[in-house]
Design a protein around this ligand. Sequence first.
Ligand code: PEP
Length: 253
Amino acid sequence: MTNKLKYFIGNWKMFGDFGSFKIIYKITQFSKQSKTLYKKKKIILCVPNTLISPFKEKLKSKFISLGVQNCHYHQGYGSFTGSVSASMLKKAGAEYIILGHSENRSEGETNQLIKKKIISALNQKLKVIFCIGEKFYEKKRNKTFSVLRKQIKSSLEKKFNMNKIILAYEPVWSIGTNKIPKMNELKNTIRFIKNDFQKILKTKKSPVVLYGGSVNSKNIRLFSSIFEIDGFLIGGASQSSKKFIDIIRNYYK
Ligand code: PEP
């Protein structure tokens, strides 16, 4: 078993209410019990904004961190009806924030807008989980690498604190579809992202790169063959404590 730190990040999307704390409680118990078994893992649950504050209050555990899933680009307060800023989310208890998720890109988020959000989040000392990924037609046209390069280049800058940014490679065609990439292709893509990130941002630091898209307890073993993957962003399966825990268990089997 690898000794490298692995991330297991849940994206609850628009699901959950106050009662959903039981999911977090069960994952916390599991994490405590398994801390010697799977020492090098980091669990982060990105919940809806409405739950961040009450969950933070209840969560008396160093084993799990809480995050959110988007913010407005404007810093602080402003006349942006229905929106929430990074500083408001930070004050409510978020440590992490998902930005650039394809479900938000499909609603019109551009690389430039995502960059503004990243700046705002980093200014608030939130750690950013920055999602990138190609659509199916782009993959078919062999455009995956150029799409990823553009997304990285347009939204990140050398001056950003890269210790606070995690990249999540999420092929759009894989999210919520039960389709996953071929492992040799995925390995090449993760390598490409790591190399290209270093080239584009002129840094020697290798970024943390996660995979996301239809990860479940059955297919997780396949991914463990790819050393370069630093963890997983898990959508649907993170809304059940059993499914999420089984993913971690099976990963380390
Ligand atoms: C996601 O929404 O980030 C995701 C990976 O979803 P799913 O695991 O359901 O494909």
